[in-house]
Write a protein that binds this ligand. Structure first.
Ligand code: IPM
Ligand code: MG
Length: 385
């Protein structure tokens, strides 16, 4: 017969680790109040592939927009090196220790895409830098807005970012040669904080509806807990309509032109959020157009939702990569740290340049504009506003 001793020991270690995490969550503090900081440090970390290039363009935009406060010493923009796949592999860590230490000295981070190895890649199968950063800095709310004004679409996804299948994604076990197990974790504390983040956002932004998306009819225990916690939080926001959908039909409804504009704020566990936000971004014009914030109580990180596009680099097309997504992430960063007006201007410029005026078009190839030209176009547009 099988001997499960080894597996059981691993499982016990995982349970202990997660129970410790729950205890930490019970005692976590409140969100940082940026108005109380003497100086806000923005870390910019380029990542891999097209990452350093497009993130560099976004950094330039931030430097122009924040020039006065940088000069006055109220803001510092700091470039952080070393989150490349080569360095991560050399150190055998999803985030090398010295890089993590630098990141922790920042208040907010703008991050370029990082290559995530998978089984069969030339790289060892180390954990994703994204997932590790979200865990290390406890960035529990992945907020992903998708707007298509001409179709009346204005969605904000609140994807839980530290639990679900992702929490133990690199700690699954091959119990026998033929039987593999992964784990999904949902906690009351972890769900409560993402649900509150979604409802608070709804309340502050005049939204009237929050939708929870799960597969609680099948994944009864973990998704069941997620839903139950959302219902409990919803009861504290009586002015906001709360409704519940399953992930499969929700995926369909996002392409249902009659119904999709009814959705406003959507809260969901990690993996469903990962998948459906790519679908939503595609409707907006592609994953290259979407920015995303990863919010925690202490740290926050802003990034594009797409990958590092190694093929573009290999084919010499990195200079044609569209920086809109990280620039959008930079706009979210600005808004988050209290520069609402500058953020608004930048978002408007992104809309003008990318959707309405389109004086330059990005194709990802030499028949289109370069990322640098596009970033300059955005800066010129801001000056006109
Ligand atoms: C995202 C990405 C990441 C994720 C990958 C790169 C690990 O797809 O940010 O949505 O799955 O979360
Ligand atoms: Mg994704």
């Amino acid at each position: 017969m099988y001997d499960f001793k080894e597996t059981l020991a691993k499982f016990e270690a995982i349970l202990k680790q997660q129970a410790d995490r729950v205890e930490r969550l019970k005692n976590e503090g409140d969100f940082v109040d940026y108005t109380k900081l003497q100086k806000i440090v923005i870390g910019v970390v380029g990542g891999d592939g097209i990452g350093p290039m497009i993130t560099g363009h976004a950094q330039k935009v931030l430097e122009v927009l924040l020039a006065d406060d940088i000069k006055a010493g109220k803001v510092e923009i700091r470039t952080i090196e070393g989150l490349t796949i080569e360095n991560r592999v050399a150190k055998n860590k999803p985030i090398p220790d010295d890089v993590l230490a630098e990141l922790k000295k920042c208040d907010v981070i703008l991050k370029g895409p990082t290559t995530t190895p998978q089984k069969g890649d030339p790289w060892p199968n180390i954990e994703s830098a994204n997932v590790a950063m979200r865990k290390e800095l406890d960035l529990f709310a992945n907020v992903r807005p998708v707007k298509i004004p001409e179709q009346g679409i204005d969605w904000t996804f609140f994807r839980e970012n530290t639990e679900g299948e992702y929490a133990l994604g690199s700690q699954g076990v091959n119990v026998t040669e033929d039987m593999a197990f992964d784990f999904k974790v949902i906690t009351s504390q972890g769900t409560d904080r993402i649900a509150r983040a979604a409802f608070d956002f709804a309340r502050k932004n005049g939204k009237t509806r929050v939708t929870a998306v799960t597969k609680a009819n099948v994944i009864k225990t973990t998704d069941g807990k997620f839903l139950e916690c959302c219902r409990r939080v919803a009861a504290e926001y009586p002015e906001i309509t709360f409704d519940e959908w399953y992930i499969d039909i929700m995926t369909a409804k996002l392409v249902d032109e009659k119904r999709r504009r009814d959705f406003q704020v959507i809260v969901l566990p990690n993996l469903y959020g990962d998948i459906i936000t790519d679908e939503a971004a595609e409707l907006q014009g592609g994953v290259g157009t979407a920015g995303s914030s990863n919010l925690g109580k202490k740290y926050c990180m802003f990034e594009a939702i797409h990958g590092s596009a190694p093929r573009m680099v290999k084919e010499g097309r990195a200079i044609y990569a569209d920086p809109s997504s990280v620039i959008r992430a930079a706009a979210m960063l600005l808004s988050h740290i209290g520069y609402a007006e500058k953020a608004e201007k930048l978002s408007t410029a992104l809309e003008i340049c990318g959707q309405t005026e389109k004086k330059l078009v990005m194709t990802g190839r030499s028949d289109g504009a370069t990322g640098e030209e596009f970033a300059n176009y955005i800066l010129e547009t801001i000056e006109r506003l």
